[in-house]
Design a protein around this ligand. Structure first.
Ligand code: NAD
Length: 284
């Protein structure tokens, strides 16, 4: 297939590379130039002209709106009928707006945000939560199967993003609790490695302990997933909860702590650097 791919960042570059490896003709555009094993396009319009499928992997809602709906954007340059798959994490309401505009212009659109981080992108092992029409999901499945090992249709347009918001709520809360546990254990002079090993084997076991605790203990916060992006996602969680009339008290605390991490200048560190805020609260 001819795939137009926009956004070659931490996630987009390995994803686009896996599509090339799988034999697709991938034409990719990134705002700042990037080395890429497929074809590099010099504009979004050039990347999507003649494409069967267009994938966007951009930071935030305004970026996807500009690239898809803008004057030189995807809807202006690609042919009607093209399947648009936005894999960025954006607001569910924006995903629905984009899907409506795309459908009106004769396109097919899916929101398909991912979880699994940079390593999941490199390994083609992402978890992909897809919102949109069932037949569009079936059409996208062979492409998504190259990028992910868990690919699930979760409902109509926007629902992929709603599930992703729930994912980010759980991940932020869990990082916060792991950070508190590490700070608590260190204050009691407990050896952290064996403590994490035994915690990971019991009911407290979780992926943050498995994948992030060692880096947190060593204070290695190379991203990964940047604090700035998780701050954006917790804004989506809190706004979407409010719009639905539900309360997410632990999520609200996690959002405030993530905001503090950003305000303290840690925005470009991995989200596990939330530990720095928890430590600072106790002057550790
Ligand atoms: P990133 O900032 O590394 O990559 C985004 C890329 O988009 C950058 O290379 C940037 O130059 C490019 N870009 C921005 N605006 C553009 C435009 N108008 N036209 C062309 N290119 C443009 O971010 P990332 O970590 O790859 O994340 C991308 C999306 O995936 C975000 O929505 C993020 O929340 C989500 N996500 C990230 C991770 C992770 O672990 N990094 C995991 C799951 C989901």
């Amino acid at each position: 297939m001819i795939i137009g791919f926009i956004g070659l960042g931490i996630m987009g570059l390995p994803m686009a590379t896996n599509l090339v490896t799988a034999g697709h003709d991938v034409r990719a555009y990134n705002r700042s130039p990037r080395e890429f094993s497929g074809t590099v396009a010099d504009s979004a319009a050039a990347a999507v002209t003649g494409a069967d499928v267009v994938i966007t992997m951009l930071p935030d809602s305004p970026d996807v709106e500009a690239v898809v709906l803008g004057p030189d954007g995807v809807l202006a340059a690609a042919a009607p009928g093209t399947l648009l798959i936005d894999m960025s994490t954006i607001a569910p309401a924006t995903a629905r707006t984009i899907a409506d505009a795309a459908t009106e212009a004769g396109f097919r659109a899916l929101d398909a945000p991912v979880s699994g981080g940079e390593q999941g992108a490199i390994d083609g092992a992402l978890s992909i939560m897809v919102g949109g029409a069932a037949d569009d999901f079936q059409a996208a499945k062979p492409v998504l199967d190259v990028l992910g090992s868990t690919v699930v249709h979760v409902g109509p347009a926007g629902s992929g993003q709603t599930v992703k918001a729930a994912n980010q709520l759980i991940v932020a809360g869990t990082i916060g609790l792991v950070a508190e546990a590490l700070t608590f254990l260190a204050a009691h002079s407990v050896d952290l490695e064996p403590a994490v090993a035994v915690l990971a084997g019991g009911l407290a076991g979780n992926r943050i302990l498995d994948r992030k605790a060692a880096g947190m203990i060593a204070h290695h916060f190379e991203p990964g997933f940047r604090i700035d992006l998780h701050h954006k996602d917790l804004g989506i969680v809190v706004d979407s909860a409010r719009a639905a009339g539900v309360t997410v008290p632990l999520g609200a605390v996690a959002a405030q702590l993530m905001g503090a991490a950003r305000a303290q200048g840690h925005g470009s560190l991995d989200h596990s650097a939330l530990l720095l805020v928890i430590e600072a609260l106790s002057k550790r």
